[in-house]
Design a protein around this ligand. Sequence first.
Ligand code: 9MR
Length: 380
Amino acid sequence: MKRKIILTTALSLIIGSHITAADNTTLKEAYAGAFKIGTAVNGQIASGRNAQGQKIAIEQFNAISPENDLKAEVLHPTKDTWNWRAADNYVEFGKNNGMFVLGHTLIWHNQSPEFFFKHDDGSDKSVEEMKEVLRSYIETVTKHFHGKVNAWDVVNEIIGDDGKYRSTVWTNSFKGDGDEIVKLAFKYASEYTPGTELYYNDFNVWRPAKRDGIARIVRMLQKEGIRIDGVGIQAHWGLNYPSREDIIAAIDTFAALGVKVMITELDIDVLPISKEGQVIGKSLNDPIYQLPEFEKFLDPYKNGLPDDVQAQLTERYRELMQIFYDRRDKIDRVTFWGVNDGMSWKNGSPVPNRTNYPLIWNRDYTAKPALKAILEIPGK
Ligand code: 9MR
């Protein structure tokens, strides 16, 4: 009898201490044997002006992505000016905290200054001139950060849902020859910053045609002997899409090509309309959608997320992280696109000024049930 009591007490102590340890476990600890766990940070977090956000970033994550501070319009706003302040601060924040530091992003059609593509008189630059713009921008930026960032998103979002090149300022300025942009960008990046990992990054990568279009450019680079180290699957997703099968097929496709696979910009949209995660075009910014009669429909959770939707969000995060954890031999990093709901781009896109709940910390920096659900996965 006495033995039984001692045994039970010992057992409950062991179980009890396990529960306490699990409660304090951080994301980066829970997934330490699986993959890196990252977050996008803005200047407020990197500088510490947002102290609560910074505390969570340091405690929970071992990888960071710069939400905006390493994009061309920030680094090189005018022909004669370079602005490294926020970017250097971001890099220092990551290094000081022993994090994997991503550079995001070198070649992208958004947030790139107009002078890249046009002469002072407004006329278009020639293809030869554009090659030099691409080369010299990559040279200056990658050399500035050489040895300081661990990896670059070299080309971002250049493929369309149909698997072909999109019509963008970059592809148009190369007269539609997207292959040339991709080859030159990766070639120069590998020459100017050897040892830094080089990635292609995009959204809607789960779409089969787009996935195959991206796989084609990975194979093209490999065939040409130009280094590409990984593909980033952005993961701006919703409660009900994409399907498990499409996500798995995307992960498997890139892993089979021998490159690293990363989930790079994870967030879950809980609001109506943005069914595709990213709506291309400005239709939802049309004034008609700003009329009061649309407001209730488009922005239903202004005063808080109802319990049933919170539960769906928790289950969705559990499902996704389980998919990633089960494929941890193929996945190098999972990065959330921000720390808490208040900072998310999803409050402003595709419809401006809404109250969205895409991340795993609330606006007041308390953790959502989704965090607990995610933390439980590796222990199972
Ligand atoms: O989160 C970023 C937001 O603050 C910017 O306004 C926006 C500008 O295009 O870019 C957002 O980040 C994007 C990322 O750099 C690339 N993939 C899509 C992300 C969401 O638009």
